[in-house]
Ligand binder design. Structure first.
Ligand code: APR
Length: 407
């Protein structure tokens, strides 16, 4: 079979049982699971190692995801250095309402900045488990996904030449702006998208957290969020018009709005500090169905994006990676394909559950400032039920913590 024109002749191309595209939490977890089973794996990443190990993203990890990492020998630093949270706080109508979810469920959240987790996963994969990883690659292309010998090619950062590798399977873990999702031919997958109609100004402040827990502020001027990241860094969000320009948010305006929207009786003052990240998120979500095409298996943001409403993105990426890694190991070491054949359906059940929960919670966050008195009244009713009905509180706690019935 003559190779396609843009695919140099690949006889003698190195062959890996699995090639992973993307070195984020999903791709690195898949790589580590494969290496633990003694399988060769190649991870391809566009950015440098230094960049991915410093890139701040999410930071709230569900206990189920932590236990999954722990069972795979990937949670040592997280368990040593991560913080545990047992409650969160809602502020609306000038009042503070603590929600003690650990009291209700016995489970808690871990707080561990995503870049620390990525650093741990890269180190474990490359330096401890001897996994192959190439940073700084360009123009990754997938071919032959519907055959049993797909190829992955990329421009080598050193030589600039195109390198070709053969893969038994390809794990598409290249996030929301990757190429693997686009490798699925039109009509072979459905993309479902939801726009929240608002923007969020995502901020990182060089300042200690202003509360011992995550705080959600529902205010007529818009939502505001406070998420501790570490002892000296705090994540804040401010609802803003979609497509707003971060330049419209100078330091004084940011802190003034945060004080206003997070203000409540008895609340301690905010710890101000330098804002070293200030970008406007286009608040939307999407889901690709199915998450599999031939020998390509999508995982994490490459398959589904969850706006940062309920801290689900990182947790879904990890759960996908556990299922995909375990399924690939079973298939490549024992010829057992059941994990892979059930992969997409198993992931999507959790994905859609978290998408629906995020949509429900987004209405609580944004209803007050929607300008629609009906939405504002309904949002407040949702809030009040959390604190008046034990059943409603229990259900919320389970969903917020990612607890699936049956464990
Ligand atoms: N080729 C190779 N690597 C790529 C390409 C490409 N064409 N495009 C993107 N990448 C890399 C990115 O540089 C990034 O390191 O793929 C990786 C994808 O990682 P994430 O975006 O972190 O996605 P994922 O592993 O699914 O984790 C989802 O990360 O984006 C956050 O908030 C999100 O917490 C969630 C988590």
């Amino acid at each position: 079979m003559t190779p396609p024109p843009d695919q140099p002749d690949s006889p003698g191309a190195p062959r890996f049982p699995v090639v992973v595209v993307g070195a984020g939490p999903a791709g690195l977890t898949v790589g580590n699971v494969l290496r633990a089973a003694g399988l060769d794996c190649l991870v391809l990443e566009t950015e440098s190692r230094e960049f991915v190990e410093r890139r701040p993203r999410a930071g709230v990890i569900e206990e189920g995801a932590v236990r999954g990492l722990e069972r795979r020998g990937l949670a040592r630093n997280l368990l040593e250095r991560g913080q545990t949270h047992t409650e969160c706080e809602f502020r609306f109508g000038g009042e503070r309402h603590r929600f003690a979810y650990t009291e209700l469920t016995g489970r808690h959240h871990f707080v561990y900045p995503q870049q620390f987790l990525v650093t741990d996963l890269v180190r474990e994969y490359a330096d401890v488990r001897g996994g192959e990883i190439r940073f700084g690659v360009r123009d990754v292309r997938l071919l032959g996904l519907e055959t049993d010998r797909p190829t992955v090619s990329y421009l080598d950062p050193g030589s600039g030449g195109r390198r070709v590798v053969e893969a038994g399977f390809v794990a598409g873990c290249d996030g929301a702006r990757g190429v693997t999702r686009a490798s699925v031919p039109a009509g072979r997958a459905r993309l479902a998208r939801h726009d929240y109609g608002v923007g969020w100004l995502a901020l990182l402040a060089e300042a200690p957290p202003s509360s011992d827990c995550v705080v959600f502020g529902m205010h007529p001027r818009g939502f505001a969020g406070h998420m501790p990241r570490s002892a000296d860094v705090t994540r804040y969000y401010l609802q803003c018009p979609p497509g707003d320009d971060p330049e419209n948010w100078p330091y004084d305006r940011v802190w003034g709005e945060l004080r206003e929207r997070l203000g409540a009786a008895g609340a301690p003052p905010l710890n101000e500090g330098r804002l070293f990240e200030r970008r406007v998120l286009d608040m939307h979500s999407y889901v690709v169905e199915p998450m599999v095409h031939g020998r390509l298996f999508l995982a994490g943001d490459a398959a589904h994006l969850t706006a940062p409403i309920a801290a689900k993105g990182l947790n879904l990426a990890l759960h996908d990676a556990f299922l995909l890694g375990d399924g690939l190991v079973a298939r490549c070491t024992k010829g057992d394909g059941t994990g892979l054949s059930g992969y997409s359906q198993a992931c999507l059940a959790r994905v859609w559950d978290d998408q629906e929960f995020s949509q429900w919670l987004a209405e609580v966050y944004h209803g007050t400032a929607s300008g629609d008195p009906y939405r504002a009244g309904a949002a407040l009713a949702r809030m009040r039920r959390l604190f008046s009905s034990r059943a409603a509180a229990g259900e919320f706690a389970e969903r917020y913590l990612g607890i699936r019935t049956g464990g």
